[in-house]
Ligand binder design. Structure first.
Ligand code: THG
Length: 268
């Protein structure tokens, strides 16, 4: 599982405070906690409260890069913010995200090519999020076709079916699972598949249990990346175990320890 740490998001109180008071130590701590917990990349999102999203994003990227050189996932719906962030990223980044809108895809893929970035393509088009399996697969197919046109190989493309809160959209949990399965047939090799895992249980009482159970089902269908709290040990154990049972690691009694040992990131 490619883990994109979700905690550097202005939606969280500590990060919002770090942004508002320009307190780098708060940002450094959140970043390092995610990296130490085994994150493969860090999602960087200024959150809903920022009135200067571009300046804030650039500051966040530069601040995080002071303590780690891990891959950054630039999470912004604004093209100018994405562009400015990529210009200050030291390493190839992940662009989070691009909607499946025919008119806009070209400029996003051109930007990805210019910066050697990977890209997350969302199953959202001009009409919003398709609520059916076929609707999501259709948007994913458009994104994958456009990526190929721009010479972006599938290893640099992540399709996001868009996970929705189960307490208000229960039918979507299984529809997304089925869409994930079908994304595997889009191309050979297929694109990566990523979700914002925390969306699933938002507002639900059994949030952790819902999400842990769903990720195991999604892994069986081909999910190979998630935006999640890398320090959520129970969630991590669930996906490590699902991947083990699928034969992606060799069993030993200490398989969880072995996984962590092989994901121990070296710090600067
Ligand atoms: N797909 C892609 N990118 C995404 C999402 C997605 N980026 C944003 C989001 N969804 C993933 N990140 C989060 C981060 C936090 C929460 C959910 C998703 C979250 N936060 C707390 C809550 O609502 O309970 C609030 C934070 C707090 O106040 O403590 O759930 O789907 N490509």
């Amino acid at each position: 599982m490619f883990v994109i740490g979700e905690r550097l998001n202005g939606m969280f109180m500590d990060v919002r405070k770090g942004i508002q008071t320009k307190d780098k130590s708060i940002i450094h701590k959140v970043a390092l906690d995610q990296v130490k917990a085994g994150a493969n990349a860090l999602d960087i999102n200024v959150g809903p409260a920022s009135d200067k999203p571009l300046e804030t994003m650039v500051w966040l990227v530069e601040t995080v890069q002071e303590v780690t050189d891990i891959t950054l996932s630039i999470d912004s719906p604004k093209f100018d913010v994405m562009k400015a962030a990529l210009e200050v990223c030291k390493n190839p980044a992940l662009m989070n995200s691009t909607k499946g809108e025919e008119a806009k895809l070209d400029k996003y893929f051109e930007l990805a090519s210019k910066h050697n970035a990977s890209i997350i393509g969302l199953c959202i088009n001009e009409k919003g999020i398709p609520k059916t399996i076929d609707g999501r697969v259709e948007v994913a197919a458009l994104i994958a076709a456009k990526a190929m046109e721009h010479g972006i190989d599938m290893d640099r493309l992540y399709i996001d079916p868009i996970v929705m809160p189960t307490n208000v959209a229960q039918d979507q949990a299984v529809i997304v699972l089925e869409a994930i399965k079908q994304f595997g047939l889009l191309s050979s090799p297929p694109p990566h598949i990523v979700v914002g895992l925390s969306n699933l249980g938002q507002g639900a009482k059994e949030r952790e249990l819902l999400t842990r159970t769903w990720i195991v089902m999604a892994i069986l269908n081909g999910l190979d990346a998630a935006i999640m709290d890398a320090a959520d040990e129970e969630m991590t154990k669930a996906f490590i175990t699902a991947e083990l049972l699928m034969g992606k690691a060799i069993y030993s009694d200490s398989y969880i320890k072995a996984y962590h040992a092989s994901h121990d990131h070296v710090q600067k």
